[in-house]
Design a protein around this ligand. Sequence first.
Ligand code: DQA
Length: 151
Amino acid sequence: MTSAHNRVAVLHGVNFDILERRDPSVYGGLSLHQLEARIGRWAHELGLEAIFFQTNAEGEFCEYLHRAPELADAVLLNAGAWTHYSRAIADALAVAALPSVEVHLSDVEAREDWRRVSVFDGLVLAKVSGKGPDGYREALSVLAAELGTGA
Ligand code: DQA
């Protein structure tokens, strides 16, 4: 095997570029840059390499997923509000056919009813929600176990 088989594409969707401006009582007040720095550190501890992507354009998110099998061995995604209605992104994730975990900073089960619905049901190994940034560490652990890396 030539590649390390440890690359995780960490995808953030709509409104994550302004994460620090969103309600801190719900999202914690971190910027995306700060969140990605933590994710990168945790990934490294688990023997993973994180590759980051964020867009506010649904089509670009789909196009990134089209390329994902060439770029990464697994996917960690927080698609934001698209999670609850974008069948296009769900279809693109299915085509990528990589081990995937869905993460939400907030507890989507305990908020409005529409946030309980996820288009990724049945496509992801796990859904981690309501644990703030630490949820990403949990998601990375699931992917590390799946890929058989480090810790
Ligand atoms: C979110 C939850 C979604 O319902 C919301 O639309 C977001 C962020 C989260 O991380 O808690 O944009 O995905």
